[in-house]
Ligand binder design. Sequence first.
Ligand code: GTP
Ligand code: MG
Length: 370
Amino acid sequence: PATISVKELAEVLGKKGSDLVMALMKKGQMLNINATLDFDSAAAIAEDYNVILEKEEEKDIMETVFAEEEDDEKDLQERPPVVVVMGHVDHGKTSLLDAIRHSNVTKGEAGGITQHIGAYTVQIDGKPITFLDTPGHEAFTAMRMRGAQITDIAVLVVAADDGVMPQTVEAINHAKAAGVEIIVAINKMDKPSANPDRVKQELVEYELLAEDWGGQTICVPVSAATKEGIDTLLEMITLVAEMKELKANPKKKARGAIVEAQLDKGRGPVATVLVQNGTLQVGDPIVAGAAYGKIRAMTDDKGRRVKKAGPSTPVEILGLSEVPSAGDSFYVAESEKQARQVAESIIAKNRENLIKETPQKVSLDDLFSQ
Ligand code: GTP
Ligand code: MG
């Protein structure tokens, strides 16, 4: 995997190296200017400065091989908005999605924590909206960040009885860095201790000024428990989405993002992918980072077998050679051979980087700071 030194990261962020070291120290991270950071840590730091880091080499290889063709205006069609639900742990992201879908996933989740980003499409007044759920646990920073990059709108869930918390701020930073519009859902309004004004007050500090306070940020008081305000929230999402005039070209080969992936004992690598453009079909040769293969089978978010998936559609796919990373982009190749070749060049690149990084000097300080 790619790494970057604190010094290089400071350059990318347009900061003095010493300033970044100081800023990190204030946050309790004691790093010297030459310390190396892995990709996810560097990306998390960059997020605080509203900068999104991408793995350049991998992106370069993909963008060179799969350069996007110009779309013919007449091929462009309206596509559903992709909405990510973000917020602090336990503020009710999964419950809110659940209320929207009228189903019941929260109960079954161990400890109430969402293990992976889930993706589902719901029909609101006959119009589809695709939702992504992101887990609130700290360890999932990278996933939350990637969630913001593949979406059009972020619903920021803030519990009315708890207010703006560290991961709320993190979510705001992710969404802003990705240029995604934020709609605030002030949740748990049914609780006696709910204080929506306090939430609005706290949001001012992050340049999110509520509409009824003269600002631009849509804030909807809701309760996932009583379903209060859910219709209004959906209305607002639809409204914002319509203004964006989101379009895609279903006629071309698909590209998109890996939402979640795991190894299934019986079925091999299983990935939930979001098609961002084009149409994905069973039999398509695809590549996502070091993973490649021919799509053997596809199921939609309701567990039904499907042969095709158009723009903004989440589907589960089988047939990859290995488990891809959540957040990776996927591309449909010309042939299975091309998909394999691209994956192999990425594997070779990763190996090269690994060899470069391996000889690390360890100082006495490092040994005793554990
Ligand atoms: P993570 O995925 O762990 O980050 O949590 P989450 O944001 O998905 O929260 P989740 O939906 O799991 O809800 C956390 C807790 O808050 C659960 O016990 C829910 O029952 C409760 N909760 C969620 N929404 C509401 C609400 O509107 N009112 C009340 N009273 N409780 C709620
Ligand atoms: Mg959850």
